[in-house]
Design a binder for this molecule. Structure first.
Ligand SMILES: Nc1ncnc2c1ncn2[C@@H]1O[C@H](COP(=O)(O)OP(=O)(O)OP(=O)(O)O)[C@@H](O)[C@H]1O
Ligand SMILES: [Mg+2]
Length: 234
């Protein structure tokens, strides 16, 4: 099977700051993978490298099997990889609906369209013509997830999708991630909430200092949770 996304010994920098030091990962079709690790280890930089927001200085990035020398956001979308960025990055002067339509810009075919997103998140339909940034934090996260689904992706990169949200919203989003995954979309989720990791992911990669330092299956047992938490506790 050709992996949807592969990083092989990747080094990446912001200016002169060297952040990823031989980072490797692979996500296959339909997989649900968690990327965990303490603050500042380079989890977002993994996402940023795929989007071309951090500079790839060594190793290989492959999208749907194709080596990419200079990754750019549109290339990820063209290869079926959508991103829900950390902090949501809703476009301020666009309405909710216009933000959703941004996701469809690459023109991939699939089951997701504005109507289906409104079925999934009815509140977004109610607020369709208000500025995206006028929404509450939870609603903005729904919008960011909806915008990613509008790509009709094979893989979604979720960077701390529940950061700062109320438990009831976290619960609702966890259900949505489960639903999306059960339809065959692969997920790579950066997450600090280990209860959510256990609910959504099948296996984990733990990072420290810009590389993978641990891998394993995700298990809801006390031992399984302890293994996960050992990688995120200070
Ligand atoms: N634009 C940037 N320019 C320079 N350094 C950066 C930039 N963005 C992040 N860094 C640094 O790169 C390192 C890794 O940051 P990154 O955002 O990838 O961490 P993270 O694992 O996602 O952390 P968190 O859990 O806090 O989101 C940190 O030391 C951070 O300060
Ligand atoms: Mg981060």
């Amino acid at each position: 099977m050709t992996p949807l996304l592969e990083l092989d010994g990747v080094h990446a920098c912001y200016g002169a700051a060297h952040i990823l030091h031989g980072m490797s990962l692979r996500v296959d079709a339909g997989e649900r993978v968690a990327l965990i690790g303490r603050n500042g280890v380079g989890k977002t930089t993994v996402v940023n490298t795929v989007l071309g927001l951090a500079r790839l200085t060594g190793g290989q990035v492959r999208l749907a099997g194709q080596p990419i020398q200079k990754p750019r956001a549109y290339m990820a979308a063209q290869h079926g990889i959508a991103v829900v960025p950390q902090g949501r990055r809703i476009v301020a002067n666009l309405t909710v609906e216009e933000n959703l339509l941004l996701g469809a810009a690459v023109g991939r075919k699939g089951p997701w369209n504005v109507r289906e997103i409104y079925r999934l998140f009815p509140i977004l339909q109610e607020r369709a013509h208000t500025p995206g940034t006028a929404l509450s934090g939870g609603q903005q996260q729904m919008l960011a997830v909806g915008r990613a689904l509008m790509v009709n992706p094979a893989l979604i990169l979720l960077d701390e999708p529940t950061e700062g949200l109320a438990p009831v919203i976290v619960d609702q989003l966890a259900d949505v991630f489960g639903q999306v995954a059960s339809q065959g979309t692969a997920l790579l989720m950066v997450e600090q909430n280990m209860n959510l990791v256990v609910r959504v992911a099948q296996r984990y990669l733990a990072m420290a200092k810009g590389a993978v330092v641990g891998v394993g299956p995700v298990s809801a047992s006390a031992e399984g949770l302890k293994a996960l938490e050992s990688h995120v506790m200070v």
